[in-house]
Design a binder for this molecule. Structure first.
Ligand SMILES: O=C(O)CCC(=O)C(=O)O
Ligand SMILES: [Fe+2]
Length: 352
């Protein structure tokens, strides 16, 4: 049974898993997570810690300072230190350089392709070069591990899309209704079970809750969700509409935390005339491009009520335009009035 403390978002683990997968064509995800979590450096790996880690697996590894204009001469795959627009540094994994374009994996936004010129602007001049070597320990590349199986199972049963869940007119009506009511307030997130919801740089959007009464114009959405997912109406929380302006986002998080019992999420995309704003699942390297009227379903807790690691997700920053969504959360029990308030937990990045 997974402890919640295992579930922290560890971007470096994802990057290293991806690196081993590319080096060997397969990866033992569970082994790599265990090894990295157990090292004293976790979760704040320095470049030297990475080198030590790779050496301990029998790989060849070195940290190098390489100027941006030499990038296309580097042997790949290679981990490169980059900085995003918000000045957060991160290692990305570069796995292909072709036609003056860099193909890389970022644990914060998934696979991406970028012209070398544009990439250099974020590149910090440091790379971690790793080569496979005869005698590298075998465990790193055994693919049928527990975590890889979990990913397979989750992709098959835990996450899916429902196209045309709402009509285009229904989406427009819901946006117009919430905007007319001027119901949008700065989004909040739960810190822990003892602290009231707070505004957070992790979630910079605006939120509006809709009342759940049978007379309500949008009550049909509750009924539709209830019959689609075969869940009692009483288990559905008040609908939550969210608006993201340019640059706004919701960083990687679990919808279900210690303080709530959200088993399922249905995320309805109310528009798609914007750039960016994809929903990204870092553990699955899966990015959902919003389509107006489509609902994204995913499961947050397993049959033992453990939070499912693979349900970790982010609303990526909106690059241009305004994004509207509607969250439908379904609990494993009746929703009480008190529980109608927003509940979302951000995993801490700094503690194991
Ligand atoms: O906007 C998105 O794509 C994700 C939103 C989300 O995860 C949430 O509101 O809990
Ligand atoms: Fe979420």
């Amino acid at each position: 049974m997974a402890e919640e403390t295992d579930l922290l978002y560890s971007p470096d683990i994802l990057t290293v898993q991806q690196l081993i997968n590319i080096l060997f064509g397969k990866v033992n995800r569970a082994f790599i997570r265990k090894e990295m979590t157990q090292k004293s450096a976790f979760p704040l790996y320095t470049i030297n810690d990475f080198v030590d880690l790779f050496l301990s697996w029998g790989l060849q590894a070195s940290a190098l300072k390489i100027a941006g204009d030499k990038i296309n001469k580097i042997d790949i795959p290679v981990m490169m230190l980059t900085q995003n627009e918000k000045n957060e540094t991160q290692f990305v994994l570069v796995y292909k350089i072709i036609n003056a374009e860099i193909h890389y994996f970022s644990p914060f936004s998934g696979d991406a392709v970028s012209p070398i010129e544009a990439f250099i602007k974020s590149y910090q001049g440091i790379v971690l070069a790793v080569q496979p070597k005869a005698g590298a320990i075998q465990q790193i590349s055994i693919p049928n591990d527990e975590e890889s199986m979990d990913i397979k199972r989750y992709t098959q049963n835990g996450i899916r899309l429902y196209e045309n869940f709402l009509t285009l007119e229904q989406c427009d009506a819901l946006i117009a209704y919430t905007e007319q009511k001027e119901a949008f307030k700065r989004s909040k997130v739960d810190i822990d079970e003892y602290t009231l919801s707070q505004e957070s740089i992790a979630r910079t959007s605006f939120t509006a809750f809709l009342a759940k009464s049978q007379e309500h114009t949008f009550y049909y959405i509750y009924e539709q969700v209830s019959s689609l997912l075969n869940v009692p109406l009483e288990y559905i929380e008040n609908l939550q509409c969210v608006r993201y302006y340019e640059g706004q986002e919701f960083k990687a998080h679990f919808d279900s935390g210690t303080t709530n019992h959200r088993v399922h999420t249905l995320l309805i995309y109310l528009n798609d005339n914007f750039v960016g704003g994809e929903t990204f699942f870092p553990e699955l390297n899966y990015r959902v491009i919003p389509v107006k009227g489509t609902a994204l379903y995913f499961k947050n807790r397993d049959e033992y009520t453990n939070i499912i690691r693979q349900s970790l997700h982010a609303g990526l920053p909106v690059i241009d335009g305004v994004k509207y969504t509607c969250n439908v959360w379904i609990k494993d029990r009746s929703v009480t009035n008190k529980q109608h308030k927003e509940k979302t937990t951000i995993p801490s990045l700094s503690q194991p």
